[in-house]
Write a protein that binds this ligand. Structure first.
Ligand SMILES: Nc1ncnc2c1ncn2[C@@H]1O[C@H](COP(=O)(O)OP(=O)(O)OP(=O)(O)O)[C@@H](O)[C@H]1O
Ligand SMILES: [Mg+2]
Length: 888
């Protein structure tokens, strides 16, 4: 509890501020005692509870809104406390309604104000816009409410609001929806301070919120404000009013669009549909694509192409309009009749009548329905008192007549954008229009994102246009056009191509953020890079879109995606299986993620491998995880093997590596992935851990993570395990030796034949494991200062054990891979005569039987691995690396 006047922290239950003496008024009925479940709307509560466990412990980008009803406190001295209490309760109800309208969550009741979060626990791609809209709604609602007490009892009060955007960590969410959260940085502080400095009745926003919402609202700069507790003054803006119903694309268009690249085919298809519609064969076109791929841009370009050859009607669905029946239809009609926000009822009625009657006097009968839909008095009591179902039917009929009458004069194009956010009532209307289109000169264009499937069935006059990703060349052209440069530095070209993956919106936002961050600047005869671009932060706009998309996933899919993001851009199914919760099947989640085009299956044989479609999706999924969840802890595989797991062949496994780099605690500033002492947590990355320890000259200190007191040895447990290969390798080595001694199992006759075949290829047993030390010795460096624990010539016939202090030669996979077992696929290859497939299988076995830089072959047991350099004395360096091309 804090004093609203001087901000002094007060104990709960204080009646007066002990600093300034101001009376404290709280609102027990509206807040404090009530749990959030009591005032959170059902649909929101269900949504939060359904995905509660997937939401807990995540970083979220949110907009924080602080509201304070100023004036009540001083009133409590003059007016009966009961009256004040009642007034405040009503005011709180109004505030709550507005916050919930935009799917915000009221997180705290603060004396005579509230704190609300938008974007947490459930992420919204437009949380900043929603928060400002809610603030404006509260301002409007309380302005109306204020009139009555003011007139009757002279009680005046006003509301001050402050907003800021930034990161919070969502903690636990209780059954009653109470959410613990931790602000990252001072996001909430700044919002609270802005609310304190705001003039009564005004809304003040900080810069991060301004950057996300400028263009959607009329705002006024307040210059730089000095905020309590902040050393530097902070720029702030006052929000005045919302602008006309606008989409992100409208805002972009107003700032100036980038030149259109590619899309000739899509525009030709759209034009073709228009031609058919113009000729009287109405068409429906669905423009489908992922966020930012250019659906709205295609609609915009189509409109430019058509010009005044047709009438144009456009309605937009918005993410927070799903609970408002007919929202897009109302939007369409308001645009059509030119009704603006500030218009009073009579002006709106005049505008509607003027436009409708101009089409024919007989259309007067539809006026009451149109007025009713637009929330204006229909002027006909029969319409207001009609049965809702019957009224809906009449309404549809009225709108149909309106459109058809227009179409008699000029072909009509009706556009509904983003129907994935449409409400049920509008969907019914669209289904009706879609069915009635073929016999009239009407082109119905509907856009939606790939995650949605429309309910309009399949018809011969349905068309689908699906803009795909831009090519690398087009990406460079687009980025070059934005920067007005003929040529971009190679590093920049590569970065944009890699990160944006041909998504025009991503390209735009990346270029903008590079420019704003000063990572590129004009110089020479184009642009020059001013810093390394490897660790480019994901721009907020992209982050919000992707985070909201991830939050809409079912819990299992979301978890799988997050776990995959830790592994890397590319990951194998087998590895993912071991990283996600034990015994949870990843089959359905993966299928779902592929269906939603978040990942792609890039390899099926010898095992399924997937890749994130967008590098940015991986970045956002990874970024939402807190430190401990970024450290994967593979569970034993199906055979109970807790040993190391395989990363994508020949590619670095990023996640654990990233954890190692970021943790800053082990050896060379690396931390060993650790998950509360779970067995096998070091498995995935023990080779890296090993290397980190070696580089750190064995100076391995315990890292963060809940480890037990006995883990205070020289090395934290994962590192110890990594440095104690003996146990881990024993079972595997036994398998190898068995295979060496007995030959391949019965079910592999062809392999056996080959191993004793004329080319002499085969395997030779390696030395006994007994020759291996139990622990990586503390001394024993070679002249170069590298650790040498083992003689390369006395190494077990086991691959992947890197016991020497040399980096692997280029091209060697540096992850440890398990010894392969015969796979059903091998049998399949044999049966089907797929020699290439079989060769791949045997090559893999060969890989596993190389050690000490020697390819182990019958008759030539010490043949050097060509990928491993030797020194002048012929010693093999970088021992234990897999020999990638060996045959057995
Ligand atoms: N082919 C293109 N050439 C140049 N710029 C493009 C192209 N396609 C889209 N853009 C730009 O990319 C940005 C995003 O495009 P747009 O808003 O059309 O995406 P969208 O698919 O409608 O996304 P959402 O699903 O979020 O509505 C816009 O600024 C647009 O001008
Ligand atoms: Mg769009």
């Amino acid at each position: 509890l804090a004093c609203v006047d001087c901000g002094t922290e007060l104990p709960i239950g204080a009646a007066f501020c002990f600093a300034c003496g101001r009376a404290v008024v709280t609102a027990p009925a509206a807040g404090g005692a009530r749990a959030p479940e009591a005032y959170t709307p059902n649909h929101l509560a269900e949504k939060i509870l359904a995905s509660r466990s997937a939401l807990e412990g995540e970083r979220k980008q949110v907009t924080v809104l602080f509201i304070d009803v100023s004036g009540f406190t001083s009133l409590s001295e003059r007016v009966d406390p009961e009256d004040v209490h009642r007034l405040m309760t009503e005011a709180f109800e109004l505030m709550l309604a507005e916050v919930h309208r935009y799917e915000g969550t009221v997180n705290q009741f603060l004396g005579d104000g509230i704190m609300a979060l938008f974007g947490a626990p459930i992420a919204h791609e437009d949380h900043a816009r929603r928060a400002v809209l809610a603030a404006l709604g509260i301002q409007r609602a309380l302005a109306g409410y204020r009139e009555d007490p003011l007139r009757r009892r002279g009680i005046d009060f006003q509301v001050r609001q402050g907003l800021n955007t930034g990161l919070v960590v969502v903690g636990s969410i209780g059954n009653d929806l109470r959410m613990d959260y931790t602000a990252v940085g001072d996001t909430t502080n700044v919002a609270a301070r802005l609310q304190q400095v705001a003039q009564p009745g005004s809304i003040v926003i900080a810069e991060p919120t301004y950057r996300l919402t400028a263009g959607f609202f009329h705002m006024r700069s307040l210059g730089e404000l000095r905020l309590k507790g902040k050393a530097e003054p902070a720029p702030a803006w006052e929000v005045m009013t919302a602008r006309e119903a606008r989409s992100r694309f409208d805002v972009e268009a107003e700032r100036g669009l980038t030149i259109l690249v590619a899309r000739e085919r899509e525009l030709a298809a759209l034009w073709d549909c228009f031609e058919k519609a113009r000729a009287g064969q109405g068409q429906v076109v669905f423009i489908v694509g992922e966020p930012g791929i250019g659906k709205s841009r295609l609609v915009y370009e189509l409109r430019r192409l058509i010009g005044n050859q047709a009438g144009w009607m456009e309605g937009r669905c918005v993410a927070f309009g799903r609970f408002t029946p007919f929202h897009p239809l109302i939007d369409l009609l308001r645009r059509k009749f030119g009704i603006e926000d500030g218009d009073d009822e009579q002006t709106a009625i005049d505008k509607i009548e003027g436009r409708v009657v101009a089409l024919g006097d007989d259309l007067r009968s539809i006026l009451p329905y149109v007025r009713y839909l637009l929330g204006i008095d229909p002027g006909n009591t029969a319409v207001s008192s009609m049965d809702p179902q019957e009224r809906r039917g009449e309404l549809f009929h009225a709108l149909r007549r309106l459109v058809l009458r227009e179409a008699e004069r000029l072909p009509q194009v009706m556009v509904f954008e983003d129907i994935h956010w449409t409400d049920k009532a509008t969907e019914d209307y669209l289904a009706l229009v879609a069915d009635n289109v073929p016999a009239s000169p009407v082109l119905l264009v509907l856009t939606y994102r790939t995650s949605h499937s429309h309910p309009f069935g399949e018809r011969s006059y349905h068309n689908r246009v699906a803009p795909g990703a831009l090519s690398a060349g087009d990406t460079v052209v687009m980025a070059g056009a934005m920067l007005a440069a003929e040529r971009l530095p190679d590093g920049l070209q590569a970065l944009i191509a890699r990160k944006a993956e041909g998504n025009p919106f991503f390209i735009e936002e990346l270029v903008k953020s590079l420019r704003e961050a000063g990572s590129i600047r004009p110089g020479g005869d184009g642009w020059v890079l001013t810093q390394r671009l490897d660790d480019l932060a994901v721009p907020d706009t992209i982050q919000d879109i992707i985070a909201a998309r991830i939050d809409r996933l079912p819990e299992a899919s979301k978890r799988a995606l997050q776990a995959a993001s830790v592994i890397g851009r590319t990951f194998s199914r087998r590895l993912l299986d071991r990283v996600v919760e034990p015994h949870a099947s990843t089959e359905t989640p993966l299928r779902e993620l592929v269906g939603l085009e978040l990942i792609r299956e890039t390899r099926v044989f010898p095992e399924s491998e997937y890749t994130f479609k967008h590098a940015l999706t991986q970045d956002v999924a990874y970024g939402s995880l807190l430190g401990p969840r970024r450290e994967v802890a593979p569970s034993p595989d199906r055979d109970g093997d807790r040993g190391p797991v395989e990363g994508p062949a020949g590619r670095a496994v990023r996640g654990p590596g990233a954890a190692l780099r970021e943790g800053g605690d082990l050896g060379q500033g690396a931390r060993v992935p650790h998950a509360g002492g779970r067995q096998g947590s070091a498995g995935l990355c023990h080779a890296r851990c090993h290397r980190a320890v070696r580089r750190g000259r064995g100076n391995c200190r315990p890292g963060a993570g809940g480890r037990s007191p006995r883990d205070t040895d020289d090395h934290p447990p994962p590192a110890r395990r990594a440095l104690r290969p003996r146990e881990r390798l024993r079972s595997r080595a036994r398998r190898v030796r068995e295979r060496v001694a007995t030959g391949p199992p019965e079910r592999e006759p062809s392999r056996r034949r080959r191993s004793s075949g004329g080319d002499g290829a085969g395997v030779a047993p390696g030395p006994s494991l007994r020759s291996m030390p139990r622990r990586f010795p503390s001394g024993g460096r070679d002249r170069g200062g590298h650790r040498r624990s083992l003689d390369p010539g006395r190494r077990p016939t086991e691959r992947g054990v890197r016991l020497r202090g040399h980096r692997p030669p280029r091209g060697c996979p540096d992850e440890v891979q398990p010894c392969p077992r015969p796979k059903p696929s091998d049998r399949g290859c044999r049966q089907s005569g797929d020699r290439a497939g079989l060769r791949r299988g045997t090559r893999k076995l060969g890989r596993s039987l190389c050690a000490g830089g020697r390819a182990v072959r019958r008759g030539d047991p010490s043949r050097p691995c060509p990928q491993h350099p030797r020194d002048a004395r012929g010693h093999v360096h970088g021992g234990g690396q897999p020999y990638r091309t060996g045959r057995v």
